[in-house]
Design a protein around this ligand. Sequence first.
Ligand code: ADP
Ligand code: PMV
Ligand code: MG
Length: 316
Amino acid sequence: MGSKASAPGKAILFGEHAVVYGKPAIALAIDKRATITIKESHRDYTRIKSDDLDLEAILSPETGLKLKKGEMGILNYILKALEFYHDSTPINIKLKISIPIGAGLGSSAAVTVATIAALDNYHKRKSTLPSIARRAHRVELEVQGAASPLDTSISTHGGLIYLDKEKIEQIKGDLKDSLVIGYTRSEETAKMVKLVKERMERHPQIMNLIMDAIAHITRKARKALKSDDKECLGELMNINQGLLDAIGVNSKSLSEMIYTSREAGALGSKITGAGGGGSIIAYSHPDRTGQILESLTARGYNAMKANPSTRGVLIQ
Ligand SMILES: Nc1ncnc2c1ncn2[C@@H]1O[C@H](COP(=O)(O)OP(=O)(O)O)[C@@H](O)[C@H]1O
Ligand SMILES: C[C@@](O)(CCOP(=O)(O)O)CC(=O)O
Ligand SMILES: [Mg+2]
């Protein structure tokens, strides 16, 4: 008997980093997913394999974990999720992933959510979406040391959400054919969250004011999305970007992608995710996305159109 589950990556429209300090954020699931397949194993060890990442590891109670190919990184999330089950019966775990990894698009959350859902299903455990999101958040917290529930919530529930503390509101916004993502490989999320924390410790008053300003922007963006006020939404993204720069998560390549997309007609563009490298998101009228994509790729950046996905985690 096998089991298969998938979960989407995400892009944060407003409020990354501030969300770690309890401020609201807006994020959407995108049409790129992580898929976990679990099958029974006839060997005496568990094997975790991903052809997409050229990754292979084996895990046995006697010898522990052995990495045969690739990098540990994303494996930590799968291993932490496995710990919930207190069951070392060998299984084969396969990961397929179309989300660019370590690029601020929530690959770690998507892999975690898909792993938990596939394991629940494999062990015939009935689970609810809030329970999957809660456990996935715990995994991110334990692996990274700090994480808000944003990535794991959006990957579990899908759609476009306004998250305020633990409360999730699905909002209707028209973002179809309006988003382009430019990405390079980023610094790890945990490192960027730590850098912000250190700046917070050095300049608490200033940083708290900035976090409050980001919260105001995010609340206003929720209204702009609902009323489909595109100009306002774009301008709010640009203001949010200025503040992300101020908290220390910008970089030269991110800035270049941001200005390239604005020159190509974006109404707004900003870092999405942890920053430091990673991704930008550009928002525009649908007839400008092609030009934005072209301008970014002409400068040697990876870029893709991203559409909102209403589908969160799926057992397949
Ligand atoms: N090729 C790779 N193989 C395995 N793990 C990777 C690879 N590239 C990056 N990683 C790991 O994947 C994880 C990505 O998570 P994160 O930094 O939160 O970025 P995101 O979730 O935005 O993709 C990190 O732990 C990183 O070390
Ligand atoms: C910076 C942060 O707000 C988002 C990080 O997103 P990502 O891991 O870069 O996809 C951290 C968090 O919310 O836990
Ligand atoms: Mg992540």
